[in-house]
Design a protein around this ligand. Structure first.
Ligand SMILES: Nc1ncnc2c1ncn2[C@@H]1O[C@H](COP(=O)(O)OP(=O)(O)O)[C@@H](O)[C@H]1O
Ligand SMILES: [Mg+2]
Length: 507
């Protein structure tokens, strides 16, 4: 085996509150396609961002082409031959393909940009790799797949030695993926090393030579791809420590249906999905990047349109075309980004509690009663044990866990019958997580339908009664939590297994 073109040793990186990488090692050889695998949050993107100078490592060394290096910017890394195609594309939408490729290093003639030369150079590059766009095309008129190809062309214009692709195919069709892989093969035969971050086993099998596995910010192992089975890969990816403890479940599950989704579909985003939720039950929805869980939640909440399907609440069909419809029907959505759309940080607990229910605290003439507002807010402060000196405290001054409680209070006051929590404990410290778990159980106990979207498998196993696993807009499993494991869930999340494989053909 040739000696490595890149060695990263002992790399550690902490963000506030998270050890994203701990003493990680990674080696890459010229001409190989090297997969990085690990659950969401395992540290794959962070490791690559450390390499290309987006993040500075807290400790560790990088050796590239025999020299110790430390890049201070993406441009510096690119100039040395290391480029990364980000999960979020990085082009400038209103500029042409050629302008994007040569951005900030346009060829000059007499001190002015030489557009003719720039187009010619771009054209050469695009032809060489059979990329089907024109140098003059404006980027925001191109499909995501083509934009990605432009990003790749841009990195090739730097004489790339290492090309990093972070989940490149999540937005591509099968044909576009084939085109991408043809390009990958070409690069490989020119000796370019490719780091390929993906969890799609079928793709990895087609193009990868080597694999390095991470778990919880730590290096687990590396293998030649053909020397490890899919099941072994998964076994090494999962098994995060079950270090949070979970409350003893109070809620008792009855047969009464609170919520049913029948054939709910959003064309091009998720396939017809069927599931229901019983009284007292906590239903988890899990999956990896691109599973479309949040998209499902947004559609159930009326924030995006369902193409087809019906929703029933307590047995009655409800038409949900907007968040206002959803709120009226009793569906609440608590998004991952609470600051953005769950809460008004500059308002008091009192105002946050009542803002979605002003009719309930107003007189017939529409005058808001401060006394009723204070009563309502106090009711939820005591019910949910919100730690605050007064109802007038600004919500922005509360801890993350207490903010979460205020949002829940707001929805309970609005008579929510079903609450969809999107990553309810993300960004919340370990201590406050337990309080959120107790709250979810308490809600289920009170008869509220609780749907919990979560990527944290320990949390899914610790909290839910049943779990839906999604992969790219499909439901690949519906499991009884008591009978499953992190490994089995990951098999469905990566598509190694699928409980409903015939669904697509049957439609
Ligand atoms: N800029 C950031 N600030 C704070 N935390 C971050 C940042 N980037 C990543 N993290 C955290 O670091 C961990 C590793 O994230 P990431 O490298 O994105 O994982 P992966 O790419 O394997 O899904 C996660 O817990 C993530 O939330
Ligand atoms: Mg990532």
């Amino acid at each position: 085996m040739s000696s490595p073109i890149l060695t990263m040793s002992g790399i550690s990186k902490a963000f506030t509150g998270v050890q994203a990488l701990l003493d990680v090692n990674f080696q890459l050889r010229a001409g190989e396609v090297h997969a990085l695998m690990g659950e969401n949050g395992a540290g794959k993107s962070t490791l690559m961002k450390v390499l290309i100078g987006v993040h500075k490592a807290d400790s560790g060394f990088i050796t590239y082409q025999g020299n110790d290096v430390e890049f201070n910017s993406v441009l510096e890394a690119q100039k040395s031959g290391i480029s990364m195609i980000f999960q979020e594309l990085n082009l400038i939408p209103h500029l042409s393909v050629a302008e994007n490729i040569f951005f900030a290093r346009e060829p000059l003639k007499h001190g002015l940009i030489d557009y003719k030369m720039m187009r010619r150079e771009a054209s050469k590059l695009l032809d060489m790799f059979d990329i089907d766009v024109l140098p003059t095309d404006i980027v925001n008129t191109l499909s995501v797949a083509k934009q990605q190809m432009v990003e790749i062309a841009k990195s090739l214009s730097f004489d790339v030695e290492i090309l990093i692709m972070d989940e490149p195919t999540s937005a591509l069709t099968d044909r576009e993926i084939d085109a991408l892989f043809v390009l990958v093969d070409k690069l490989k035969s020119r000796g370019v090393a490719i780091v390929y971050i993906s969890h799609r086993m079928d793709e990895l099998r087609r193009i990868c030579d080597h694999i390095t596995i991470f778990r919880d910010g730590q290096y687990v192992s590396n293998h030649r791809f053909n020397e490890i089975s899919m099941d072994d890969i998964i076994a090494k990816m999962v098994g995060r420590a079950l270090d949070n403890h979970f409350p003893e479940k109070k809620a008792v599950i009855s047969d009464e249906l609170i919520f049913s989704a029948m054939n709910v579909t959003r064309h091009g985003v998720f396939e017809p999905l069927n599931f229901d939720l019983r009284k007292g039950e906590i239903l988890a929805i899990t999956g990896l990047v691109g599973a479309k869980r949040t998209e499902l939640a947004r559609a159930l909440f009326g924030a995006d349109k369902l193409s087809e399907g019906e929703v029933f609440i307590h047995g009655k069909q409800k038409t949900i075309r907007s968040p206002a419809d959803a709120i009226k029907a009793g569906v609440a959505y608590l998004s991952e980004d609470r600051k953005l759309n769950g809460i008004a940080v500059k308002m008091s607990i009192r105002e946050n509690t009542t803002m979605a229910s002003l009719d309930k605290v107003s007189s017939n003439l529409g005058i808001i009663s401060n006394k009723s507002e204070v009563e309502a807010a106090n009711q939820y402060i005591s019910k949910m044990d919100i730690k605050t000196p007064t109802v007038e405290q600004l919500v922005g001054n509360l801890s993350g866990g207490n903010q979460q409680k205020v949002v829940i209070g707001k929805w309970l006051f609005r008579d929510a019958k079903v609450m969809i929590f999107d990553e309810p404990t993300r960004g919340i410290d370990v201590g406050a997580k337990y309080a959120i778990y107790e709250l979810l159980d308490e809600l289920a106990h009170q008869g509220v339908g609780v749907i919990m979207i979560s990527s944290e498998l320990p949390e899914v196993l610790g909290m839910s009664d049943r779990v839906i696993v999604m992969k790219e807009g499909e439901m690949t499993a519906m499991l009884n939590t008591a009978d499953t494991s992190q490994e089995e869930i990951m098999q469905y999340a990566t598509g190694v297994k699928n409980m409903f494989p015939l669904l697509e053909e049957a439609i």
